[in-house]
Design a protein around this ligand. Structure first.
Ligand SMILES: Cc1cc2nc3c(=O)[nH]c(=O)nc-3n(C[C@H](O)[C@H](O)[C@H](O)COP(=O)(O)OP(=O)(O)OC[C@H]3O[C@@H](n4cnc5c(N)ncnc54)[C@H](O)[C@@H]3O)c2cc1C
Length: 370
């Protein structure tokens, strides 16, 4: 890379903060740093043409966990940890709405539903039995009951007649959210360079050398917001997890509004106007889906189509318009990793499947480490 004097001077000299990754976490961290340090030079480096991990690929659920997901988490986390995580997701959502505005992100408070497959009577019973307990532990946050048993009114097939409704869940327009965040970052004089992959760094004690292939520059601090691509950085605390999604063409008279969790969180779908977006199925082939490569597989896509035909749109004609995938960052805990790795190196990673909610808060916490 041959750079001019001007390019070096304006973009790569006296850099105070370099942020790696322009997903929700990276952009929020940058905006927070700008609030704290009005005159600092803040540089965001992003390997994709657009943010290219999960933040522009997700389903746009503004959610904090379905009832069965919360029960599942209680098997591996303490009650205190689970409640704290839900509170942070909820706070993160409020932070996101406040900064970007409900209009900008097309926030729609339709509520969310958890559905159980007919054959999973046991799962349904186990979940419903603990509904009062979960409502009780969430009371301090929501002041009201979060979950309620409801008869399905959407005409889904092959599912239990009752679903679990959560009035606090909503949907947003993911594309609008990310575009608005990018606009705000540019307006806040944050430099964003795309198609730049950070290939290495070394903490020199008073500064960090940041390596971009055959070029390097110095920055006072570096903050990694690389989520599913953070493997080596955190000694394996974060693993990549691919998630595949499809969307239908508009469907005439579609009467489905809301966000839906199906089969204990393995699948999720929502309406986007008159279309259905459906994702999930990582559980069919965890090994193949543990990857940082984007792509689709037959086994997952066939299952998604099968669910559309037999559960979600049983009596309707539909066509698939588009399919894609995104890469999440997961690990043995649902808690994100926000930490200082060395004198001048920081990270905010492992956002899991609910980064739309918690991402703004983790970006803020990451910046506040400085
Ligand atoms: C299909 C799918 C559906 C989802 N649905 C929902 C949902 O409905 N609701 C919800 O709350 N969450 C959902 N999520 C999760 C949510 O999208 C993520 O948790 C969140 O976007 C993570 O944000 P992030 O900024 O940490 O990571 P990312 O958005 O992945 O950002 C990390 C960025 O770092 C960049 N990067 C990585 N390495 C380098 C490098 N070396 N140099 C330069 N740049 C680099 C990547 O290109 C990427 O843009 C979903 C995720 C997927 C994949």
């Amino acid at each position: 890379m041959e750079l001019s004097y001007w390019e070096l001077k304006n973009w790569f000299t006296n850099v105070d903060y370099t942020i790696v990754g322009s997903g929700i976490v990276g952009l929020y961290a940058a905006l927070r740093l700008r609030e704290k340090f009005p005159a600092a030079k803040i540089l965001v480096l992003e390997k994709g043409m657009l943010p290219q991990g999960a933040s522009t690929k997700n389903a746009g659920f503004a959610c904090f966990g379905s009832l069965s997901e919360i029960l599942e988490d209680l098997k591996t986390h303490t009650e205190e940890d689970v409640v704290q995580l839900i509170e942070k997701r909820w706070q993160g959502l409020q932070l996101l709405r406040k900064r970007l505005g409900d209009n900008a992100i097309d926030f729609k408070p339709h509520g969310g539903y958890e559905l159980f497959l007919k054959e999973d009577e046991r799962g349904f019973n186990e979940t419903i039995m603990r509904l009062p307990f979960i409502n009780e532990i969430l009371k301090p946050i929501f002041k009201n009951d979060v979950f309620a048993k409801e008869v399905d009114r959407f005409g889904f097939e092959n599912i239990h007649e009752y679903s679990i409704f959560n009035p606090f869940e909503a949907q947003i327009d993911t594309g609008n959210m990310m575009q608005e965040l990018l606009k705000q970052a540019v307006a806040a004089d944050i430099l964003i360079l795309n198609q730049q992959t950070v290939t290495g760094y070394s903490d020199l004690g008073n500064q960090v050398e940041v390596v971009l292939g055959d070029f390097s520059f110095k920055s006072n601090k570096i903050l990694f917001a690389t989520n599913g691509f953070s493997g080596e950085l955190t000694n394996g605390a974060v693993q990549p997890a691919r998630a595949q999604v499809l969307i239908t063409e508009p469907i005439k008279n579609l009467d489905i509004r809301g966000t839906f969790h199906l089969d204990r969180g393995y699948y999720y779908f929502r309406n986007i106007g008159d279309r259905i977006l459906l994702g999930g199925g990582r559980n069919l082939d965890f090994e193949t889906e543990t990857t940082t490569e984007f792509g689709q597989t037959k086994i997952v896509q066939n299952k998604l189509e099968d669910l559309l035909k037999n559960v979600i749109l049983p009596n309707q004609e539909f066509q698939i318009a588009h399919r894609w995938s995104g890469i999440m960052g997961i690990g043995n805990s649902k808690k994100p990793v926000v930490s200082q790795l060395s004198e001048n190196v920081f990270c905010g990673v492992r956002l899991g499947g609910m980064g739309v909610a918690i991402g703004s808060l983790i970006g803020t916490e990451l910046a506040d480490l400085i």
